[in-house]
Design a protein around this ligand. Structure first.
Ligand code: AMP
Length: 116
């Protein structure tokens, strides 16, 4: 399948990997919008939240759990952070493979990025 994030999971496109288990893969965003910007994705190709089925419940739960683990490991858990899932055109989703943005490293503003 011609999917950028599936290729990252398979190692066909290099990434700065943070975490991997049998269901989930995580890596640093190539264009960070905040000091700590990690993407957490399912290994299974699921295009968007609109495509999640009941049988994906374990995967989706694992992604949140992994986000929590990574937040602790990279040192943003205590100060706080934001998790973001864009969905579809109006949601601004650019890569059609579900991903949670883990955004941290400073005070978040209401929109996206750091408060100024
Ligand atoms: P979204 O707009 O929510 O679909 O987010 C897609 C994200 O993927 C953006 O923040 C991009 O910077 C990021 N991205 C695109 N290509 C790569 C890549 N090869 N490695 C890491 N992050 C990427």
């Amino acid at each position: 399948m011609d999917c950028l994030f599936c290729k990252i999971v398979k190692g066909e496109i290099p990434s700065d990997k943070v975490y991997e288990d049998e269901l989930v893969f995580a890596f640093y965003d190539i264009h960070p919008i905040v000091p700590v910007h990690v993407l957490i994705i399912p290994k299974k190709h699921i295009e968007s939240i609109n495509d999640v089925t009941e049988e994906d419940a374990e995967i989706m739960g694992r992604m949140i759990f992994v986000a929590k683990k990574i937040a602790k490991e990279v040192g943003v858990a205590e100060g706080g952070y934001k998790l973001l899932i864009r969905t579809g055109r109006n949601g601004g989703q650019e890569v059609p493979h579900i991903h949670i943005h883990l955004l941290g490293g400073g005070q978040m503003r209401e929109g996206i990025g750091l408060a100024r």
